[in-house]
Ligand binder design. Structure first.
Ligand SMILES: Cc1cc2nc3c(=O)[nH]c(=O)nc-3n(C[C@H](O)[C@H](O)[C@H](O)COP(=O)(O)OP(=O)(O)OC[C@H]3O[C@@H](n4cnc5c(N)ncnc54)[C@H](O)[C@@H]3O)c2cc1C
Length: 350
C-alpha cells in the first residue's frame, strides 16, 4: 500500500458528506429497492446478471434485523416478479452473526427459503477474519437443506487453500476475491504479487473441481490468467462467471460480456449508502485511491438519486433502466441465467 493511498485513507475521514455522496453515486444503485431494480434491469439489458446487496450499518443489537430480512424477501420477490436475472448477496453480521448465531442462522434460512420459492441464489459475502470460520461453517450447514447458497473465499487469507479444498470436496459455489479488510500479517498475505499468486492457485483448485466459480476481480492480470486457465482446463461457459462491482472498470466488463462470458455485477443499495461508501474508504486504503480518482474525474454513468444525508440538498439526477430478460437465477449463481451473448464487437484474449 502506497504512502499516497494511506494519506488518502486518513484524509477520507475528513471528506465532507456531499463529496461522499458523489462517490456513492458511482458505486451504489440508490436508496430504494426501486432504484436497485432499475439498475439490475439496465445491467440485464447490456448482458450482465447481478447480485443485489442491502447495505447496512454495523449492527449493535438485533432489533433492526427482522426489517433487513423482510427487505431481502421483498427484493427476491420483486426480482422474480419482474423477471430480472439476479440474486442476492448478504452479510451474516447484518443477520445477527456475532450477536446471536442461532438467530442469524434462522434469518439466513428464512431468506434462503424465500429465495428458493422464487428461483434465486443467495451469496453469503465474506467479512473480516473473526467471522471466517463461523461463516463457512454456517453456510456449509444450511447448504445441506438449501442448495441455493454459496460462499466467498478471500485470496489474501493464508488459510484459504485449506478452505478451498473443503469447498471443492463439497462442490460448493464459490466467489473468489482478493479480500477487502485490513487483516494482520499472520493471517493474510500483505504482498500484492503474493495475493495475486495465491488468487491464481486458489482459482486453479476451484476450476479443477465441479463447483460453480465466481471470478470476482477487476485486476486485468488476474482476468487474463483466469481466461488462460478456463481455456486450458476446458471449463464450460455455464460453469463459471466473472463478477465485478457496480461502477468499476466498465470497459473490462464490456469486453468480457462481448466475448460471451457470464458477467455478474454486485449492486449495493439502501439508506445506509453513506456508511457503505465510508467503509469503502476506510477498509481498503488502496480502494480509497481509486475512489479519489472517481471523485475528481467525471463519470460516464448517469448520476443516481440519493436522498441527501442529514437534510442536505441532493445534486443527483436519475437513472433509467430498460426491460429485462425473463430467466431466473437459482442454485448456482447463474445456473438458470442462460447464456450472456452480446454482439461481438471486441474479442477478449485468449
Ligand atoms: C463482485 C465482488 C464481490 C466481492 N465480495 C467481497 C467479499 O465478500 N468479501 C471481501 O472481502 N471482498 C469482496 N470483494 C472485494 C475484493 O476483495 C477486492 O477488494 C476488490 O475487488 C478489489 O480487488 P481487485 O481484484 O479488483 O484488484 P485491485 O488490484 O484492487 O484492482 C484492480 C484494478 O481495478 C480497478 N478498481 C478496483 N476497485 C476499484 C474501485 N472501487 N473503483 C475504481 N476502480 C477500481 C483499478 O483500476 C485497479 O487497478 C468483492 C469484489 C467483487 C468484484
Amino acid at each position: 500500500m502506497g504512502l499516497l493511498d494511506n494519506a488518502i485513507a486518513t484524509a477520507a475521514k475528513l471528506v465532507p458528506r456531499p463529496i461522499v455522496q458523489r462517490i456513492a453515486h458511482r458505486y451504489v444503485a440508490g436508496e430504494t429497492l426501486e432504484e436497485a431494480l432499475s439498475t439490475v434491469s439496465r445491467l440485464n439489458v447490456i448482458g450482465c446478471t447481478a447480485t443485489v446487496d442491502l447495505v447496512g450499518e454495523s449492527i449493535k443489537d438485533t432489533a433492526g434485523i427482522p426489517a433487513t430480512v423482510a427487505e431481502y424477501k421483498r427484493l427476491l420477490l420483486a426480482l422474480d416478479s419482474r423477471g430480472l436475472r439476479a440474486g442476492a448477496s448478504v452479510k451474516l453480521t447484518a443477520l445477527g452473526l456475532g450477536l446471536d448465531d442461532p438467530f442469524c442462522r434462522a434469518n439466513l434460512e428464512e431468506i434462503l427459503d424465500h429465495a428458493a420459492e422464487h428461483g434465486r441464489f443467495v451469496r453469503v459475502d465474506m467479512e473480516n477474519h473473526p467471522y471466517t470460520q463461523t461463516t463457512l461453517d454456517m453456510v456449509l450447514n444450511v447448504r445441506r437443506s438449501h442448495p441455493n447458497v454459496g460462499v466467498v473465499i478471500q485470496a489474501y487469507l493464508r488459510r484459504s487453500l485449506g478452505d478451498v479444498d473443503r469447498l471443492v470436496a463439497e462442490k460448493v459455489s464459490v466467489r473468489l476475491c482478493k479480500g477487502i479488510y485490513n487483516e494482520p500479517r499472520h493471517l493474510a498475505y500483505k504482498d500484492f504479487d503474493l495475493v495475486r499468486a495465491n488468487y491464481l492457485l486458489l482459482l486453479e483448485e476451484l476450476l479443477g473441481g465441479d463447483g460453480y466459480v465466481g471470478i470476482a476481480t477487476h485486476d486485468e492480470y488476474l482476468v487474463w490468467h483466469a481466461l488462460r486457465l478456463l481455456r486450458q482446463m476446458g471449463r464450460p461457459r455455464d460453469s463459471y462467471e466473472f463478477q465485478m462491482l457496480l461502477g468499476v472498470d466498465e470497459e473490462l466488463r464490456t469486453m468480457l460480456v462481448e466475448s460471451g462470458h457470464r458477467l455478474r455485477v454486485y449492486v449495493p443499495y439502501g439508506k445506509d449508502w453513506y456508511a457503505y461508501s465510508m467503509r469503502r474508504l476506510h477498509e481498503n486504503p488502496k480502494l480509497a485511491g481509486y475512489i479519489a480518482k472517481g471523485v475528481f474525474r467525471p463519470t460516464a454513468r448517469p448520476m443516481l438519486k440519493l436522498a441527501p444525508p442529514a437534510g442536505k440538498a441532493s445534486t443527483a439526477g436519475d437513472i433509467r433502466g430498460g426491460s429485462a430478460g425473463a430467466q431466473s437465477d437459482a442454485h448456482n449463481d447463474g445456473a438458470l441465467d442462460g447464456p450472456i451473448h452480446g454482439p461481438s464487437l471486441r474479442k477478449f484474449p485468449p
